[in-house]
Design a protein around this ligand. Structure first.
Ligand code: ATP
Length: 298
């Protein structure tokens, strides 16, 4: 007998997730013998529900919510001995993972496409003892992006992050990084370091055209501090997918890295848009770790 769990964050997508949950349940009922629906009430619920599903050996776990809910659900599934098939309906502002996997941003369409989806093996990231689905950011730009308030997000969508991030480019705060990346040592002064799983960053889909959630690699970018004067000219390059070739940026596709500051000060990371652990950090990719349902056209 097949059994699917549907995790719904009723507050996601301007509270629309709650309305779409009925359609989703009906669709899942056509796909699985049994469907259980659980609504989250607070941070940590989605992780708990998903982890329980691995212990109960359910066939599939679905999430309806923003990147926060997707991240929490994946944190419940990752590195468990048995991992159910994973699917999700993006209901947030940015929906970075949904964009990189080609899932429709229209919830109705995303639900309808489920019946015609295929299974793919998706990479996930690990930072210290937790997991991420999109990105680890370090420095003033990721910090500013994290502080975008809910009203601005609702009004402007991903553009709100872009505006705050661009403002922070004017900041002059630099950090002296000491990095080990797949056996290579990098010492560099920088204001921003980003490690992404896919082509999509902050909802913008063409930043790293070569990268994908299935390539078994994380993608590291460090903006060199000594070339700070012409950093504004980098913006069009970032959006036309040319960062990997720019001399002001160190780019590496990698599997494992250790990042610290040379003076040993604590600096908090941004993980999938929320505050993460402080440096020093260990970051790695878990290749093809989750079986995810994506539209057939992908
Ligand atoms: N019933 C609830 N009421 C209030 N907050 C909740 C509830 N259930 C979960 N949460 C919180 O919502 C967070 C995730 O929200 P969501 O899934 O919308 O992600 P998001 O990252 O805010 O999305 P986006 O920024 O893309 O809009 C969870 O981490 C949890 O703290």
């Amino acid at each position: 007998m097949t059994h699917a769990l549907l995790i719904v964050n009723p507050t996601s997508g301007d509270k629309k997730a709650k309305d779409y949950a009925k359609d989703m349940e009906a669709t899942l009922t056509e796909m699985y013998d049994q469907v259980t629906v659980k609504h989250t009430e607070k941070a940590g619920d989605a992780t708990r529900f998903a982890k329980q599903a691995t212990q109960d050996r359910l066939t599939a776990v679905f999430a309806m919510g923003g990147d926060g809910t997707i991240n929490e659900t994946v944190n419940g599934l990752a590195e468990q001995e048995y991992r159910p098939v994973f699917g999700f309906i993006p209901m947030g502002t940015v929906n970075n993972l949904g964009r990189s996997l080609g899932i429709s941003m229209d919830p109705q369409e995303a639900i309808a496409n489920l019946k015609d989806s295929v299974e793919k093996k998706m990479d996930i990231g690990k930072i210290n003892d937790r997991y991420f689905i999109d990105i680890v950011g370090i420095g003033e730009v990721p910090r500013a992006v994290q502080q975008v308030d809910i009203e601005e997000k609702t009004k402007l969508g991903p553009l709100a992050y872009f505006i705050e991030g661009a403002k922070a480019l004017g900041e002059k705060k630099m950090y002296d990084f000491n990095i080990e990346i797949d056996g290579e040592s990098i010492q560099e002064v920088s204001m921003v370091v980003v490690m992404s799983l896919s082509n999509s960053i902050g909802g913008f889909e063409n930043v790293l055209p070569e990268a994908s959630a299935y390539d078994g690699r994380l993608h590291f970018m460090l903006l060199k501090g000594d070339k700070i004067i012409d950093k504004v000219s980098l913006v069009p390059k970032i959006f036309s997918g040319q960062v990997a070739e720019d001399e002001r940026i160190i780019y590496r596709a990698f599997e494992k890295a250790h990042l610290a500051l040379t003076d040993g000060t604590e600096l908090k990371t941004n993980v999938d848009g929320d505050e993460g652990p402080a440096l020093p950090i260990d970051v790695s990719v878990l290749e093809h770790h989750l079986t995810v349902l994506v539209p057939k056209s992908q």
